[in-house]
Design a binder for this molecule. Sequence first.
Ligand SMILES: Cc1cc2nc3c(=O)[nH]c(=O)nc-3n(C[C@H](O)[C@H](O)[C@H](O)COP(=O)(O)O)c2cc1C
Length: 354
Amino acid sequence: MRAETGLLSADETAFLTRQRVARLATADSDGSPHTIPVCFAYDGRNLYIALDEKPKDVPVTRLKRVRNILENPQVALVADRYAEDWDLLAYVMVRGRAELVETGTDEQTAAVRLLRGKYHQYERMRIEENPVIAIRPERVASWGALDAPGGEAEPLLETLKGRRSVRRYLEREVPDNVIEKVVEAARWAPSPHGTQPWRFAVVTKRETKERLADAMGEEWRRNLEMDGQDAAVVEKRLEGSRGRLLDAPVLLLLCLYPGDLDAYPDPERQRNETTMAVQSLGAAAQNALLAAYEQGLDAGWMCAPLFCPGEVTAALGLAPELVPHALLTLGYAAGDPPKRRSRRPLDGLVVYRD
Ligand SMILES: Cc1cc2nc3c(=O)[nH]c(=O)nc-3n(C[C@H](O)[C@H](O)[C@H](O)COP(=O)(O)O)c2cc1C
């Protein structure tokens, strides 16, 4: 099956449509090249690229890509897939003539709709106030495993599989903007009724970590002694746990905020409401772990605060109604990175019912 232009095959069309970014090459009248990454959409006939500069700040005709197109409409656009498994490499290159499609025309309106459908970020940008670039394909070339299963590389699955618990860190600071992305990711977790019944505390100062470690250590010592553990074992375990807290450059505490929960007259529904909130806190924690890993950070999960919530809120000066659940340690792994734990095979976890 061929696409409407007669130029792109079904595989080329499918590949191009799935790609989130491509490189646009233009040249000025002297043939001097200019290449930039672009977001684009393909309607089966033409390719469209938004000009997302604020209309009043920079006249679009000042942009190099636009100046080039006006001087020399011949362009090329390449969308490619890179993967460590080189059997998955592929690209599609489209050459054609580019032009600006003016605002308010049916084609520009349709292109804006298409681009917003593909990139939700455009919904908040006034791209309709600028012309769009249209590329009318004239020639296409492609190579590689365009139809490889899974389509483009699967960055999310790679991140999911790559993440692993780390318990020892280098003495290296974590930049503030990296920490912020971790908590930002946590914020986007699903939650019951969308209530986001969690609050997070970020701890980086040594004195605060010490206060926390002291408070948690005392409570843990009481518990271990109550369990009848040998004194030497108790000391060793306490020392290990204290070290983990103090040596991690950043601690991220995830607390439940019961004030955000719905109230029910019967205890069973109230219990379920709490369970849902805790489930969503787990989702927030996983978001945070993945965002950390994706940024080259390492992380570990400590459940200890769950066993001494009052001590933790007091040590950190947090509102007493918060219920600490999970403490994530964040930093850069020391020594050899730990091996990933294996997972049970899928067929031991899933049944399919038609
Ligand atoms: C709710 C929860 C509590 C955990 N508590 C601890 C903990 O207190 N100490 C610890 O070293 N790891 C803790 N972990 C991490 C698990 O041991 C770890 O995720 C598991 O062994 C799988 O290894 P991986 O994270 O490297 O894939 C916890 C994980 C979860 C989900």
